[in-house]
Design a protein around this ligand. Structure first.
Ligand SMILES: [Zn+2]
Length: 269
């Protein structure tokens, strides 16, 4: 995966014959007690020194990724728009900065239905963020969660459920990565022998969870399952030399993973 160009809120890469654009929605600062160690224990004062805090909190980047395959524009996750902290909601600016007309985005695929991934379907002014949206992919296991969410109520009749292994485009395959949420999904994108896993929330705090994949996150619906999925995914991408693109890896959130000691390391692209 090769970096082509970047701006403040976007970075464009080539992946074989495709383009992958990392889009910065913003960031969110969260308390350190969201990080959990075995037995659902807090870290307390034991937080490893490599974990940098901002004002005593963990700063998580919030990213989305656009896959451009010929003329087809597939947006994976949508950011939070104005639904959470005011430090998010930059996705429309990021698209504009990258010179991408949001009317070109006809397909949106969600890694899961949490607000920092799904709420950007609706713009801050309550209009549709992607007026030409024709296909909205939501994991089958999260259809109920999606349909119960008032913010995205207007999309109830328009979402398409999918299952593990389903193709959502000629070069994009859904890979179940359950745990963080019941239908949490990674998208495997391949072209000309290159692969990136756009993996959503497999890692929330890169400064610790690559080295120690067993460390979990308080927002994981099933922490044990999320930990097992993280380990499986890390082993897979490290073994095959695939790239990863993460919703909460430090922007632009794209890089390679290698085995290191008992854990892994992340090398930005
Ligand atoms: Zn998230």
């Amino acid at each position: 995966m090769k970096k082509i160009e970047s701006g403040k809120n976007y970075t464009r890469y080539a992946l074989g014959t495709l383009a992958v654009v990392a889009l910065r929605d913003g960031y969110v600062d969260l308390p350190t007690n969201r990080l959990r160690q075995s037995g659902d224990r807090d870290f307390g004062a034991e937080l490893p020194p490599q974990v940098q805090l901002v004002g005593g909190k963990l700063r998580l980047s919030v990213n989305a990724f656009l896959v451009i395959d010929n003329s087809e524009h597939v947006l994976i996750d949508t950011g939070a728009a104005n639904s959470w902290e005011p430090t998010m909601g930059l996705l429309p600016d990021a698209l504009a900065e990258a010179g991408i007309d949001r009317n070109l985005i006809t397909t949106v695929a969600l890694t899961h239905t949490h607000e920092d991934h799904a709420h950007g379907l609706v713009a801050a002014d309550d209009s549709d963020s992607f007026p030409e949206l024709a296909r909205l992919y939501v994991p089958q296991e999260e259809i109920q969660l999606f349909d119960g969410n008032e913010r995205v109520a207007r999309f109830r009749g328009r979402r398409t459920p999918f299952l593990d292994g389903q193709q959502i485009g000629p070069n994009i395959t859904a890979r179940a990565a359950h745990g963080h949420e019941v239908g949490h999904t990674a998208y495997e994108v391949s072209s000309a022998g290159e692969t990136v896993f756009i993996w959503g929330d497999i890692v929330h705090v890169p400064s610790i969870q690559f080295a120690r994949p067993e460390v979990t996150w308080g927002f994981d619906t099933n922490q044990d399952q999320a930990g097992a999925t993280r380990l499986r995914m890390l082993n897979h991408v490290a073994r095959f030399g695939h790239h990863v693109a993460g919703a909460h890896l430090d922007f632009p959130g794209v890089g390679a993973v290698a085995k290191r000691g008992d854990g892994f390391s992340f090398q930005p692209a």
